[in-house]
Design a protein around this ligand. Structure first.
Ligand code: ZN
Ligand code: ZN
Ligand code: ZN
Length: 148
């Protein structure tokens, strides 16, 4: 592993956040975090399972699903509903909602905070919004240029 790799560093920070919370840092949890942080685009659960298997890290799909759910719960990963895929969280390691812009060409995901105005709309008519999914699918700047 290269020494000053940003993805490794972020993955390490996420692992530390788990330990600080008293959560058990199993090999699989660590491996999934590593894989998510090194993936340039969101990964589906099965794809992730295949990657782990190829890397010689044996596991079973249900175990991978459980780890993904756990990481999402912990705010260390997000599930992108429109892609049914997972991405490592690049902001605060606590459960939070986020607004995602997803490039349909290169798969690059940009995470930003959900605007307060949107939360207000979700809470109208005393509606209790338990889960807010805000995803924009489109083309990033680089991909717009390369399709011209
Ligand atoms: Zn790395
Ligand atoms: Zn996040
Ligand atoms: Zn793109």
């Amino acid at each position: 592993m290269p020494e000053n790799c940003n993805a490794c560093e972020r993955s390490e920070t996420a692992s530390e956040a788990l330990s600080e919370r008293g959560a058990r840092l199993t090999d699989l949890r660590r491996d999934v975090l590593q894989t998510l942080h090194h993936s340039p685009k969101p990964v589906g659960a099965y794809e992730l399972f295949d990657q782990l298997k190829e890397a010689g890290k044996a596991s079973a799909p249900p175990a991978v699903y459980r780890v993904l759910d756990f990481l999402v719960e912990q705010g260390l990963a997000h599930k992108l509903q429109s892609l049914s895929a997972y991405t490592a969280c690049k902001s605060t390691p606590h459960a939070h909602e986020a607004f995602f812009r997803i490039c349909r060409e290169c798969g690059q995901v940009t995470e930003t905070a959900v605007p307060a105005s949107l939360k207000d709309v979700a809470a109208q008519d005393e509606f209790i919004a338990e889960h807010l999914v805000v995803e924009a699918l489109g083309l990033c700047r680089e991909c717009q240029e390369s399709t011209l």
